[in-house]
Design a protein around this ligand. Structure first.
Ligand code: SME
Length: 160
């Protein structure tokens, strides 16, 4: 078992340490599921105030649930639907302060109040997966969280 203890005073340091731990975890491992599983566990154990951390994979143009931490979730999400489907269709990060105000938001866990979804895009420009992080706190994610998670997605894009 790996025992990462990431508890930084500021978000820049937190995400720097998280990126470095993630690089170590996935380095040399080609299995997509193993890497997503360890990434979900690492992020889940490092970020405060989150109630779901995981992946939806692009399987033939549909998002299918991948490794995650949190409560059981919706299995299939069409591109364009909800926060994850919007990130998949646009390839743009979705940082949502109030999920209840997001048109078409899919409520997998009624406790979720805000959400950050980051597309993971391969070198060919195709969507590999999305990283989805939910929080029970409204407006939990700021620009520093977004930048930090984009960096994590870049690290994962190289190995997924
Ligand atoms: N809320 C997401 C669905 C996935 S769950 O949050 C795990 C959405 O609207 O896409």
């Amino acid at each position: 078992m790996y025992d990462f203890r990431i508890a930084a005073a500021d978000k820049v340091t937190l995400y720097r340490d998280l990126a470095s731990a993630l690089e170590g975890l996935v380095s040399g491992e080609p299995d997509q599921i193993a890497n997503m599983a360890n990434a979900a566990a690492l992020i889940w154990g490092s970020l405060p105030d989150v109630n779901w951390v995981g992946f939806y994979r692009n399987v033939g143009g549909e998002l299918v649930l991948g490794p995650f931490q949190g409560r059981p979730a919706c299995i299939r999400i069409p591109f364009g639907q909800g926060v994850c489907g919007t990130a998949a269709a646009t390839l743009e990060v979705q940082r949502v302060e109030d999920v209840h105000a997001f048109p078409g938001h899919i409520a997998c866990d009624t406790a979720s109040a805000s959400e950050l979804v980051v597309p993971i895009v391969g070198a060919d420009g195709e969507l590999i997966a999305v990283l989805d992080i939910d929080s029970p706190k409204p407006a939990r994610f700021d620009a520093e969280d977004e930048a930090g998670c984009v960096r994590l997605a870049e690290i994962l894009a190289k190995v997924l």
